[in-house]
Design a binder for this molecule. Sequence first.
Ligand SMILES: [Zn+2]
Length: 152
Amino acid sequence: MDTQPGCEQIQEWLVAGELPPGLRDHVEACGECRFVAELSQRFGQDAGRSRSAGPLGGALEGILESAVGGGEPFLGRYRLESQAGSGGQGRVFRAIDLETDDVVAIKLVRVREPEAKALEVAHARRVRHPNVCRVFHAERHGELRIIVMEYL
Ligand SMILES: [Zn+2]
């Protein structure tokens, strides 16, 4: 039986500074936990306190909350201004691209493996559609997808 705690739990410990030493190897090896660890170093002080429930998991939700309107630029170049939407899988933020001054939407979603394939097919279909909104940047950390796109 696998009693390894899930990534969301591990990330909460990380942000709270209570990571059991035995889980450091997991954080090193897991793209998503490593990403949250890096974020928490940048936005960490308040993030541990405002641990709110949400589709992205407590640790990441807290980090994003403290990143809105403060702290260092998100992904090095985006200032999160406000939350623009929230759904079952993730959140969308209105942000300013500090390099171009453009308003952009940053979408963060957690995608479980079985859903990932369907999502990719849906995306592939959408790019052929003329009214597609432009995607400026996308990255993936484990189950976490971050998409920077045109703000409509
Ligand atoms: Zn992990």
